[in-house]
Design a protein around this ligand. Structure first.
Ligand code: APR
Length: 178
C-alpha cells in the first residue's frame, strides 16, 4: 500500500476490487446514461444488485465531469457515487484533463454532501475510455492535493487499482506531489 496525506486526509493506494471496499462511498466509472456497462461499472452493478440500476434510472443521466449518488444495494459501502470521466481523445487532451479533474472534484463534493468520511475511487477513464495511465494519474494526484484540504469531513480516500500496471503508473506520478 502507498499512502500520502493532503490536509487532514490520508490517501491510500491499493490493488484490489472496489466492490469489496468497506468505505462510506465507492465511486463508479460510469457512462453519461448511467445505464451500467462493463469494467468497474459492470462489477459494481453485479455485486450491488438491481437496486442500484433502478436508482440510476431516477437520475436522468450524468454529463462527463459530473457525479451523482445512489444507494449501494448489497455492497458493503453505503453509497455509490457514479462519476463520468471523459472518453480520452489526444487531440483534446486539455479538455479531457479538465473533465477528469472535474469528475474527481464532483465526486468529493457529493461525498462531502452525503457526510461520507471515507471514499474509494477506481482509475476513472483508464479502461474503456482510454485515458493514458500516467497522464490520468497526474490529474488525479493534483486534484486530490487541491480538493482534500477543502473537504475536512473526508478523512480517507482509497485509490483501488485493478492491476499492477495501473498501480505502478499512479505510484510514478505521485512522486512530484511528495
Ligand atoms: N475494482 C476496481 N477497479 C476496476 C474493477 C474493479 N472491480 N474493474 C475494473 N476496474 C478498473 C479498470 O481496470 C480500469 O483501470 O477500473 C478502471 C476504469 O476502467 P473502466 O471500468 O473501463 O471505466 P472507464 O475507462 O471510465 O470507461 C467507462 O466503461 O464499463 C463502461 O459503463 C462504463 O461506458 C462506461 C465506460
Amino acid at each position: 500500500m502507498f499512502t500520502q496525506t493532503f490536509g487532514g486526509a490520508t490517501v491510500e493506494m491499493v490493488i484490489g476490487d472496489i466492490t469489496t471496499e468497506r468505505v462510506d462511498a465507492i465511486v463508479n466509472a460510469a457512462n453519461s446514461r448511467l445505464a451500467g456497462g462493463g469494467g468497474v461499472d459492470g462489477a459494481i452493478h453485479r455485486a450491488g444488485g438491481p437496486a442500484i440500476l433502478a436508482a440510476c434510472r431516477e437520475l436522468g443521466g450524468c454529463p462527463a465531469g459530473d457525479a451523482k449518488a445512489t444507494i449501494a444495494g448489497h455492497l458493503p459501502a453505503r453509497w455509490v457515487i457514479h462519476a463520468v470521466g471523459p472518453v480520452y481523445n489526444d487531440r483534446r487532451a486539455e479538455e479531457c484533463a479538465r473533465l477528469l479533474a472535474s469528475a474527481y472534484r464532483r465526486s468529493l463534493e457529493v461525498a462531502a454532501e452525503l457526510g461520507a468520511a471515507s471514499v474509494a475511487f477506481p482509475a476513472i477513464s483508464c479502461g474503456v475510455y482510454g485515458y493514458p495511465l500516467e497522464d490520468a494519474a497526474r490529474v488525479v494526484w493534483k486534484t486530490l492535493a487541491e480538493e482534500l484540504p477543502r473537504r475536512p469531513g473526508i478523512k480517507c480516500v482509497r485509490l483501488v487499482q485493478f492491476s499492477q500496471a495501473t498501480y505502478d503508473a499512479y505510484l510514478r506520478a505521485a512522486a512530484p506531489q511528495a
